[in-house]
Write a protein that binds this ligand. Structure first.
Ligand code: NDP
Length: 254
C-alpha cells in the first residue's frame, strides 16, 4: 500500500475508548476497528451492543468493561485490566462525558464534583495508568476537549472548567512524556448531535444561534471527527504532541 496512506493504519494495535459505546465514542470505536485495531470500551452501563456488532462485522476483537469513571474504586487498575483483555495497549482515547446545565450562581456542588471528576480527574488518572503501560513502548493518548477549552459557554461552568483543564493537562502530560514516545493530544469538537447536546438541538433559539455562529452553517456529523482522531492515534501523527485540534466547521473563527 502507498506508505503515505498506510501510516494511518492501525493493524495489530490495541486501543481503549472510554464511553466508546454511544455518541461520539461509538464513532471513534468504529473508526479504530475499521483502521485495524482491537478495542476495549469502558463505559458506565456496560452496554455496548452496537460496538460489539461493528467489531463482529469487521472480525476484530472488542471487549467491554463496566466502570463508573467518577469512582476512584472503579478506576483503580481498569486500564491494566482492559489491556490484559486486549493483549496490549497502544492508544487511549479519553472520551466519556456528562453535562450539567445551571447558572454559575446556582450550580450545585455535587454536580460540580461529578463533572470535574469525570472530565478532568479521570482523564488524568486513566492517562497515568496508560502511560505506565506505554513507558517502554510509547503510545498515543487522545483526549476529547471542547469549544469551551477556549471559550466560556453558557450555564456550564463545571464543564468549561474541566475542558479548559483538559487542554492544560494535555500539554503538561505531552511535555513530560514526549521522551518516552508517548504523544498526548486533544480534539476539540464543535457541535455534534448526540444525547449530550439533545437539549440544544431541541431549543429553536439556541439551535439558531449555534448554527449562525458556525461558518460552515451546520452541526458536525460525528464521522467528521474520525480523521483527526486517526491522525493523532496512528504513526501519521508521531511528531504531533501537546496540541488541541479544533474540528468545528470554523466555530472558533467568529
Ligand atoms: P454522550 O452523552 O452521547 O455519551 C456519553 C458517553 O460517556 C457514554 O458512552 C457514557 O456511557 C459515558 N459515560 C458517562 N458518564 C460516565 C461515567 N461516569 N463512567 C463511565 N462512562 C461514562 O456524549 P457525547 O458522545 O456527545 O460526548 C463524548 C465526549 O465528547 C465528551 O467528553 C463530551 O464532553 C465531548 N464533546 C461532545 C460534543 C458534542 O457536541 N456532542 C462537543 C464537544 C465535546 P454509558 O452509555 O454507559 O452511560
Amino acid at each position: 500500500m502507498n506508505p503515505y496512506l498506510s501510516q494511518f493504519g492501525l493493524d495489530g494495535k490495541f486501543a481503549i475508548v472510554t464511553g466508546g459505546n454511544r455518541g461520539l465514542g461509538l464513532e471513534f470505536t468504529k473508526a479504530l476497528l475499521g483502521a485495524g485495531a482491537d478495542v476495549a470500551v469502558i463505559c458506565r452501563s456496560g452496554q455496548a451492543d452496537e460496538a460489539v456488532e461493528a467489531a463482529e462485522e469487521l472480525s476484530r476483537k472488542l471487549v467491554v468493561l463496566k466502570a463508573d469513571l467518577t469512582s476512584d474504586e472503579d478506576r483503580r487498575g481498569v486500564i491494566q485490566r482492559a489491556a490484559e483483555k486486549l493483549g496490549g495497549l497502544n492508544i487511549l482515547l479519553n472520551n466519556a462525558g456528562i453535562q450539567h446545565r445551571a447558572p454559575a450562581a446556582d450550580f450545585p456542588m455535587d454536580k460540580w464534583r461529578e463533572v470535574i471528576e469525570l472530565h478532568l480527574t479521570a482523564v488524568f488518572d486513566l492517562s497515568q495508568q496508560a502511560a505506565k503501560l506505554m513507558w517502554e513502548t510509547g503510545g498515543r493518548i487522545v483526549n476529547i476537549a471542547s469549544m469551551v477549552s477556549f471559550l466560556a459557554g453558557q450555564s456550564i461552568c463545571a464543564y468549561t472548567a474541566a475542558k479548559s483543564g483538559v487542554a492544560g493537562l494535555t500539554r503538561a502530560m505531552a511535555n513530560e512524556w514526549a521522551g518516552r514516545g508517548i504523544t498526548v493530544n486533544a480534539i476539540a469538537p464543535g457541535y455534534f448531535a448526540t444525547d449530550m447536546t439533545a437539549s440544544l438541538q431541541k431549543d429553536p433559539k439556541r439551535n439558531t444561534e449555534i448554527v449562525a455562529h458556525i461558518p460552515m452553517a451546520r452541526w458536525g456529523d460525528p464521522a467528521e471527527l474520525t480523521g483527526a482522531m486517526l491522525l493523532l492515534a496512528s504513526e501519521a501523527g508521531r511528531y504531533i504532541t501537546g496540541q488541541i485540534i479544533a474540528v468545528d466547521g470554523g466555530y472558533l473563527l467568529r
